[in-house]
Design a protein around this ligand. Structure first.
Ligand SMILES: Cc1cc2nc3c(=O)[nH]c(=O)nc-3n(C[C@H](O)[C@H](O)[C@H](O)COP(=O)(O)O)c2cc1C
Length: 356
């Protein structure tokens, strides 16, 4: 076995990331709420779906592209919003965005980023980008961040609604992890964060009084489509669409909020049925293989987002590491199309015959 084998799977990048970062940061990135049951369930639920491929279909010409919010994407794999990239790599959010661009995938910038939307926009990265919105108690700060995202060419807003308070993340608390100086997190600093801040201090700045009326306000605040992120039920998804959202992201925040909620793979079909074509349904949580991506599309998702794996790539190898993680997933997804006998990613939706 060579001393430094080429990373072949996402798990190889996770191993390299574990070597690269200190204990507290690892607990923050890898950890989840309470007993972390939903964290494990997210991955297992995709694994436990059995595929039933067709054979003897001409798959010599394959097309993994999809259309999301009216824009053609070369693959149904996007980078989920995750906070504080400078904890993983000195190049921070710009480095992550560059990696996504190298792999031709959408990059989503978090409201809790160590760069402002304007910095990412000015970094020369031209790939498609979305902006994730936390509604701070100081709504003027949120509106300013949105205005900056609009100005900076971000193409959609992901309004995260599953964090009225922070899930209790025991693994992280036990390490005494602090994010760092509030000054290094422009959104948090503008929203009133000062000095050395923990995740709890940050979460305390977020408005717990958010309701569907606010979604309507944010949907009307700019021309950008709003995707409501953090929905786990069909009835909530229908309310999101009614409130003016262009779609929803089925997400349990990577198991980091309310523990023992279902895996996203388990509720995706219910949400797709409730939205019934009136909006987009995206999904994240536990996507680690190209087959997971294929299963999500069969169940009706228009694209998936990956959170932790992109952080593994960033910590292990900067932009090139991010790109490598995304390229592995893309390659696995392309092979899945061929091996399922469905050469066009757009034809996966609704093919329940492909699932046991
Ligand atoms: C370290 C970390 C930070 C995150 N920060 C945010 C955030 O700032 N905003 C947000 O909407 N979601 C955030 N999330 C949730 C992700 O967007 C996504 O829902 C989740 O990571 C998907 O699960 P996965 O990590 O298994 O792919 C974060 C997740 C992680 C792991």
């Amino acid at each position: 076995m060579p001393a430094d084998p080429t990373p072949t799977t996402l798990a190889d990048f996770e191993a390299a990331y574990r070597e690269a970062l200190p204990e507290g940061t690892l607990a923050y990135y890898s950890g989840a709420a309470a007993d972390e049951l939903t964290l494990g369930r997210n991955e297992r639920a995709w694994q436990e779906i059995t595929l039933r491929p067709r054979v003897m279909i001409d798959v010599s010409d394959r097309n993994p592209s999809v259309t999301v919010l009216g824009r053609e994407l070369s693959s149904p794999i996007a980078v989920a919003p995750t906070a504080y990239h400078r904890l993983a790599h000195p190049g921070g959010e710009e480095e992550m965005a560059r990696g996504a661009e190298e792999a031709d995938c959408v990059y989503t910038l978090s409201s809790l980023a160590t760069s402002r939307p304007a910095n990412v926009a000015a970094s020369g990265v031209e790939g498609p980008r979305w902006f994730q919105v936390y509604v701070f108690r100081d709504r003027a700060v949120t509106r300013e961040l949105i205005a900056e995202a609009v100005e900076g060419g971000f193409e959609a807003l992901l309004l995260t609604v599953d964090l009225p308070v922070l899930g209790r993340r025991d693994r992280e608390i036990s390490t005494g992890f602090v994010v760092g100086d509030a000054e290094s997190v422009p959104g948090v600093n503008a929203a009133g964060g000062e000095g050395l801040i923990s995740m709890q201090d940050t979460a305390d700045l977020i408005d717990p009084s958010l309701t569907w009326d606010d979604v309507a306000e944010f949907a009307e605040a700019s021309d950008l489509p709003v995707l409501v992120k953090g929905v786990l039920r069909g009835d909530d998804a229908a309310l999101a669409i009614e409130a003016g959202a262009a779609g929803v992201v089925v997400s349990n925040h990577g198991g980091r909020q309310l523990d023992t909620v279902p895996a996203t793979a388990e509720v995706l079909a219910e949400v797709v049925e409730a939205v019934s074509g009136d909006g987009e349904v995206l999904v994240d949580g536990g996507i680690r293989r190209g087959t997971d991506v294929a299963k999500a599309l069969i169940l009706g998702a228009s694209t998936v987002l990956v959170g932790r794996p992109a952080l593994w790539g960033l910590a292990a190898g900067g932009a090139d590491g991010v790109a490598a993680v995304l390229e592995i997933l893309k390659d696995e997804f392309d092979r899945s199309l061929a091996l399922l006998g469905v050469p066009n990613a757009r034809d996966l939706a609704g093919r329940s015959d492909l699932l046991a």
